[in-house]
Ligand binder design. Structure first.
Ligand SMILES: Nc1ncnc2c1ncn2[C@@H]1O[C@H](COP(=O)(O)OP(=O)(O)OP(=O)(O)O)[C@@H](O)[C@H]1O
Ligand SMILES: [Mg+2]
Length: 179
């Protein structure tokens, strides 16, 4: 599969949810060779990029929604190394306070309101995809990355933005972690 192509389709999906929820969405620029391919599970990569881009879109959108300034685009960089293919999702959404960092990879930690609470009284919208609020986007994505010998790191500069590094192992020598 082509990581640039998967990143593009995951970004479009995340952006359309953002448009639906906020009425507008920051741009997403993808840098990398679209013709580069390597063996990986496209649905896994789609899920991970989708979750990272949703987080970035939400952060940028919340920060620039009510400001005069134009929202800075989210940048996705795809690098093909010998050992790893690394995908960086970079935003200027204000970052995460250092005190919150130890919690972001725990299940159910979210700074958004739980979508189920909002929708209880309105069953008609209960199936609409939401931007954030369940708190499992990052932990699930890291679990998927590690399953095939990769990893996910989140580095934040509070007051500026967040960089998420998604490492995918190319070697194919990692053991499947079966129970
Ligand atoms: N790029 C980012 N910029 C700012 N804060 C972020 C970013 N990514 C994650 N966070 C913070 O980390 C928290 C956890 O993220 P996570 O994706 O796991 O859950 P969520 O986005 O709240 O809900 P969901 O499970 O629906 O994705 C978020 O609520 C947010 O506070
Ligand atoms: Mg999320």
């Amino acid at each position: 599969m082509s990581p640039v192509e998967v990143a593009r389709s995951a970004s479009e999906d995340a952006r359309s949810i953002c448009l639906h929820e906020y009425g507008s969405a920051p741009d997403i620029n993808i840098y990398g060779d679209p013709n580069f391919t390597f063996p990986y599970v496209p649905t896994h990569l789609h899920l991970m990029v989708f979750e990272l881009v949703k987080n970035s879109l939400r952060a940028v959108q919340e920060r620039f929604m009510d400001s005069e300034k134009i929202a800075p685009p989210i940048r996705i960089i795809v690098a093909d190394g010998l050992e790893d293919v690394t995908i960086k999702v970079s935003d200027e959404g204000g970052g995460i306070p250092r005190s919150g960092l130890p919690k972001i990879f725990t299940y159910l930690y979210s700074t958004a309101q739980n979508p189920l609470d909002e929708q209880l009284d309105d069953l008609g919208t209960a199936n609409v995809a939401t931007m954030a609020g369940y708190g499992y986007g990052l932990p699930i994505s890291r679990l998927y990355a590690r399953y095939f010998g990769g990893d996910l790191q989140v580095i934040s500069m509070e007051g500026y933005g967040t960089d998420a590094y998604l490492h995918l192992s190319r070697l194919g020598d990692s053991q499947e972690p079966l129970p």
